[in-house]
Write a protein that binds this ligand. Structure first.
Ligand code: URA
Length: 263
């Protein structure tokens, strides 16, 4: 059948395979690699150039953290930062994501919430915390009079994630992924300039505090990125462990207290 393929069909088939993730061509007939390793009998002029002769400039991978730092340096406002993030091509997660999930809510809010990464619903919608965990998050904050769409900065929330792209199968973000996206996070916080940051779960604690262990960290006020920071249980954890809502409620009251607003 393959002999009968016209060039256009053959190209379409190849493109389809590339889209499906194929990155290697494997023949029908096995290759004896020991025999292939025998010295090449062809004259030197015909032999392929040895791999080691490659241009060193082409081999050097750019440091993604340095690239990210350079990308955020010119971002003077949130729109420019979102554009810079959308153009950042050094994180593999981007290739599997439908959207770059930047933020939601009121950028003037006194409270900035930082979560882990978009899940399936967030990747589809292009907005953070819109799935089940996000709905719980909204209900938790409504209980202390706060909402992402509140026009008053004292009542509003500004919500984002450490990673703007959904990891495959919602796997835990890797250290290298967090590290390369931290320059964006730091600039995001500097531009939004919230009075208080709430870290939802371990991943933002790892990125922003350099520490994990949310069971011990939650409810403890810390300082990072030049402002008070409160780690809390992630709402997805609360969905799985409803008994922990008691601690989450205590943390919400502590936040309200810090903001100086009555219940
Ligand atoms: N979990 C997160 O940490 N962030 C989201 O946006 C959704 C779920």
């Amino acid at each position: 059948m393959l002999d009968e393929l016209d060039p256009d069909t053959a190209r379409a088939l190849l493109e389809w395979q590339l889209e499906m993730g194929a990155d290697e061509a494997i023949g029908d007939v096995p290759v004896d690699r020991f025999a292939a390793a025998e010295p090449d009998a062809r004259p030197a002029s015909d032999a392929p150039a040895p791999a080691t002769a490659a241009d060193p400039a082409q081999e050097a991978e750019p440091d993604p953290v340095a690239v990210a730092r350079a990308a955020v340096a010119g971002a003077a406002d949130l729109a420019a930062l979102e554009a810079a993030l959308g153009a950042f091509a050094h994180c593999e997660l981007k290739k599997g994501a439908r959207h770059t999930v930047f933020a939601d809510g009121n950028p003037q809010a006194r409270v900035m919430i930082i979560g882990e990464a978009p899940g399936r619903e967030e990747d589809r919608a292009g907005l953070p915390f819109v799935g089940r965990a996000g709905q719980l998050l909204d209900r938790m904050f409504v209980a202390i009079g706060m909402a992402r769409d509140a026009p008053d900065p004292a009542r509003a929330l500004y919500i984002t994630n450490i990673l703007p792209w959904r990891p495959p199968q919602n796997r835990k973000p890797e250290r290298a992924e967090i590290a390369m996206l931290m320059p964006f996070m730091e600039r995001h916080v500097a531009l939004a300039a919230p009075d208080i940051i709430v870290l939802m779960g371990n991943t933002p604690c790892a990125g922003i505090l350099g520490r994990e262990g949310i069971t011990r960290l939650r409810g403890q006020w810390m300082r990072a990125l030049e402002r008070p920071v409160l780690p809390m249980f992630h709402p997805a954890y609360l969905l799985r462990n409803p008994a922990a809502k008691r601690e989450a409620w205590a943390d919400l009251l502590a936040l309200q207290d810090q903001l100086g607003s009555p219940a």
